[in-house]
Design a protein around this ligand. Structure first.
Ligand code: NZQ
Ligand code: ZN
Length: 405
């Protein structure tokens, strides 16, 4: 099955502003030391026995996990623990988590970490309430029920803290697939930008690339007359262009970290995408890279997005010229807008390189000989397509991988 980012992705093509619903009920708690309020918010949202779910150890080393435990104890909230979530989280730990929650009578899941811990928490939350195999949800079964989820975010990247999405990799065949549903939106998310100051520069940059990619997926649309959404997208991108270089130079720059952290949420709770078709081909194409090579999702996107842009820009040169002028500060070439469009793509590549991201297969450590297998695993078959800005067939996807070599 092809990657599906949920129903909001599908648009009606060449129309003007579409009807939409927008519901983003997460309670955000933003700022310094806010992790100390985790217990308070668990209680407020009805949790009495919590599963603390986290990754490979960064939250233990930083002391964050201890602070969160302290805040739970202060509110007399009991908890069980399950660490060990890997980046590109795996189904094996999800099954463990579901068993543990049932055994311990857990009624609330608190993810402490990044998109991987949050996505794994979401999978467990849906799985606990379901008699069948949780993987069914990642093969298209709608999610109607889940345990409530809270998050304490440690990396600005995936936007899972405000989204109803979850992406999990099944070890068997290394299938990386996404699901979505309103029941998966966290009831609260705690965002303390200072927690991101311990991130290695590479992870900061990969996260920033993912944030920008979430905007690109929504910016490249065929729906006309959605000016407000265009402008919101540009605001997020301009913020990233300004702030990311500042944190690469000075990882402790709280103000820049704060702007990036909020941009990560705004970029992916769908505020910058409503009312129009969205693309999402690049995410699907990237997920095969991070599934096969276990690379950071954002680094994979740094390789795929410029190649996707180079492949599709001719279908709507004006849109690419618009982003070049408004975000990358290029001069509009009215005689030949294609020149401006291409300059914008070049500026994006320069930006990604400047923050330490790979922009081709070689730099990422990916191999040309794996391309046919990745195309096959994407599952488009003979006649399927991915993306809506320009629907792409398997042959197109292969060309994009080759452009990224
Ligand atoms: O595991 P630990 O030890 O915590 O280390 C993590 C991990 O190695 C480390 N890290 C996180 N915060 C840190 C830190 N290290 C030091 N200090 C900190 N403050 O960073 C590494 C990456 O963490 P991860 O959670 O994997 O990052 P990210 O938030 O980028 O999540 C990536 C996953 O999210 C999915 C991706 O496909 C990928 O699997 N996505 C989820 C989406 C969603 N649910 O809405 C949308 C996205 O498009 C994306 O597909
Ligand atoms: Zn992403």
């Amino acid at each position: 099955m092809a990657f599906d980012y949920g129903s909001f992705v599908k648009g009606k093509g060449n129309t003007s502003m579409n009807n939409f619903t927008f519901y983003s009920p997460t309670y955000f708690v933003f700022g310094k030391d806010t992790e100390m309020e985790a217990g308070h918010y668990v209680k407020r949202f009805g949790g009495s026995k919590v599963l603390l779910h986290y990754g490979g150890g960064s939250v233990v080393r930083s002391g964050l996990l201890d602070r969160v435990k302290e805040s739970l104890k202060k509110e007399n909230i009991k908890f069980a623990e399950l660490g060990g979530v890997q980046p590109n989280p795996r189904s094996g730990l999800v099954y463990k988590g579901i068993d543990l929650c049932r055994k311990e009578g857990v009624d609330f899941i608190l993810a402490v970490g990044g998109g991987s811990s949050i996505d794994s928490a979401k999978a467990i939350a849906a799985g606990v309430k379901y008699d069948g195999d949780f993987w069914d949800f990642y093969e298209g079964k709608p999610i109607t029920e889940a345990l409530p989820i809270g998050t304490v975010l440690t990396i600005a990247a995936a936007g899972s803290e405000g989204s109803g999405d979850s992406v999990i990799t099944k070890e068997e065949g290394m299938l990386k697939r996404g699901t979505g549903g309103e029941a998966l939106r966290p009831v609260f998310s705690i965002l303390n930008p200072a927690l991101t100051q311990t991130l290695p520069a590479y992870q900061t940059a990969a996260g920033a690339t993912d944030i920008m990619a979430h905007v690109f997926e929504r910016y490249f649309t065929n729906t006309k007359e959605v000016e407000i959404t265009d402008r919101l997208c540009e605001a997020v991108l301009l913020t990233m262009v300004k702030e990311v270089p500042r944190v690469i130079i000075d990882p402790n720059n709280y103000e820049a970290r704060a702007n990036i952290m909020w941009a990560g949420m705004v970029a992916h709770n769908n505020l910058v995408g409503v009312g129009r078709s969205q693309d999402w081909a690049s995410h699907g194409i990237e997920h095969e890279l991070s599934a096969l090579y276990d690379v950071a999702h954002g680094a994979g996107l740094a390789v795929i997005f410029p190649a996707w842009m180079a492949y599709v820009y001719k279908y709507n040169i004006n849109r690419f010229a618009q982003i070049a002028v408004r975000v990358w500060g290029c001069q509009m070439n009215f005689e030949n807008p294609e020149v401006t469009a291409l300059e914008g793509i070049e500026r994006l590549k320069q930006f990604l390189t400047s923050i330490g991201m790979p922009i081709n297969f070689r730099e990422l450590g990916a191999k040309e000989e794996d391309i046919p297998a990745m195309v096959e695993k994407l599952g488009l078959g003979e006649n399927g397509t991915i993306g809506s800005f320009v629907p792409l067939t398997s042959k197109d996807v292969e060309q994009i991988y080759r452009l990224a070599l």
